[in-house]
Ligand binder design. Structure first.
Ligand SMILES: [Zn+2]
Length: 457
């Protein structure tokens, strides 16, 4: 059996930045690393090309009667910039202070190594394990998994599993594992208001026409109620209820509103009635203004009526909203409210669907939940409780990971997302690192989960 830490060092050394073509060698190096390790573990491996970076698929076990777990990970990392802020070089891994330091150590190379090592140990001790395992390791997660969906559609047959097991989410501290059971979706758009054909002198023409900045400001101001709800008919129609058990899990996390307000540097929260801020960021949809521009912003005064203004808006969506139907109702409201006297153009941008999975045994668990998925949740709960001496919490998160919804939409697969990175791991930032104690415990948990799936008691 390989040494997970030594292997992780080798993996982090591959500078696999998917966003920047200059890192092509690192991308190829990381692909080779994952493919080779899987082959050494006895997997049949294919490196499957996409329009940009290939996906590595490794399969083990072929008996169709065995449960089939898909293990997801990504081999690409964020760019290391700004380099001057790193205390050790990003692609020369260093082990110190109980951590491994380097770009990708926590997102997602360390957590993927947890699963690789767990499977490696398990198969070494139980070569005849009655379990089908398929690793799917993509190379575009950090740039939005653009080609992942079409990859899933194309390879649907091979990926017909029972559930996805993965670690690419966070936890609050090394003692408390969180299983992420929901993610918000995203819907981004841009609105442009076009007035006169050119910028105008406000003395010569002011008073004769609608100012595009005013038009956009009025339109934007119409989109929320004073108490903080989004003011678009039907906006909340598909929002699924927050169950009491979910609120209880969140309470157990022990977050304090005062600490959160201090962290944000704000005096008061602005949350729709009936929700705490911690609930609002997980369970409610939003409509946010991300940027607004128009007219003169330079030094001094310029008495201009600008010819156009623009605003960027994004909405976080929650189950069971879909980007398609939300786009329809939002666009309709915007068109109906568009002030007269300007031409409004609305351009849709990228979107991602929200996702939710309910663990077994809750009030709202679907009665037709896959038995293997239910067993996977129960096995994970038990294994975490044993290894960490504390059961996991089941929480929805506010962020968006489109590929999770794609796995559900294309393959019909739910995911058991076992968080392993910490707030202080600095993912996407300089001086990223991964906690070695968590790595060791994570391996034990993953090994127990897979063992229990293969040999149900
Ligand atoms: Zn990641």
């Amino acid at each position: 059996m390989f040494d997970p830490l030594e292997k992780l060092k080798e993996y982090v050394r591959q500078a696999s930045v998917s966003a920047d073509p200059q890192f092509k060698d690192g991308m190829v190096g990381a692909q080779k690393f994952v493919a080779t390790l899987l082959r050494e573990m006895g997997f049949a491996v294919d490196v499957i090309p996409t329009e940009l970076h290939p996906v590595i698929v490794g399969t083990h076990g072929s008996d169709p009667r065995w449960p089939h777990v898909i293990i997801y990970g990504h081999y690409d990392v964020q760019p290391p910039d700004p380099l001057s802020e790193w205390t050790t070089p990003p692609f020369e891994p260093v082990v110190k202070q109980g951590r491994i330091w380097g770009r990708g150590a926590a997102d997602n190379k360390g957590p993927l190594m947890v699963h690789l090592a767990a499977v490696g140990r398990l198969l070494e001790n139980n070569p005849q394990l009655p379990l089908r395992i398929t690793f799917v390791v993509e190379g575009e997660e950090e740039i939005g998994s653009k080609n992942f969906k079409s990859f899933l559609v194309k390879h649907k047959e091979r990926l017909r599993g029972d559930f996805v097991f993965m670690s690419d989410t966070g936890i609050p501290n090394p003692e408390q594992i969180v299983i992420t059971v929901g993610l918000r979706g995203l819907l981004a758009l841009e609105i442009e208001a076009q007035g006169a054909r050119t910028d105008l002198h406000s003395g010569l023409h002011g008073g004769a026409l609608m100012n595009p900045i005013q038009a956009l400001a009025e339109l934007c101001a119409s989109l929320h109620t004073p108490e903080g709800r989004v003011n678009i008919p039907g906006f909340y129609d598909e929002v699924c209820e927050v169950e009491p058990w979910e609120r209880e899990e969140l309470r157990r996390l022990g977050l304090q509103e005062k600490d959160y307000a201090d962290f944000l540097g704000i005096e008061t929260f602005h949350v729709p009635p009936g929700y705490t801020p911690f609930e609002a960021i997980r369970y409610l949809p939003t409509l946010e203004f991300n940027g607004i521009e128009g007219g003169y912003q330079g030094e001094g005064t310029k008495t201009v009526i600008p010819s156009r203004a623009r605003v960027k808006i994004s909405c976080r969506l929650v189950p069971n909203q879909t980007p398609e139907s939300m786009q329809e109702i939002i666009f309709r409201a915007l068109r109906e409210r568009a002030p007269r006297g300007v031409r409004i153009t609305i351009t849709p941008q990228h979107h991602a669907a929200p996702y939710v999975v309910v663990p077994p045994g809750r009030q709202n668990t679907p009665p037709d939940q896959s038995p293997v998925l239910a067993r996977a949740f129960r096995a994970t709960d038990r294994a975490v409780a044993e290894v960490f001496a504390k059961p996991p919490l089941y929480l929805r998160e506010g962020g968006s990971v489109g590929l999770i919804a794609d796995l559900k939409r294309v393959l019909g697969l739910d995911a058991v997302m076992m968080g392993l990175f910490l707030p202080e791991d600095n993912i996407h930032a300089p001086n990223e690192s991964f906690h070695l104690g968590l790595m060791e415990k994570g391996i034990k948990v993953a090994e127990k989960v897979l063992m229990e799936l293969a040999n149900p008691a």
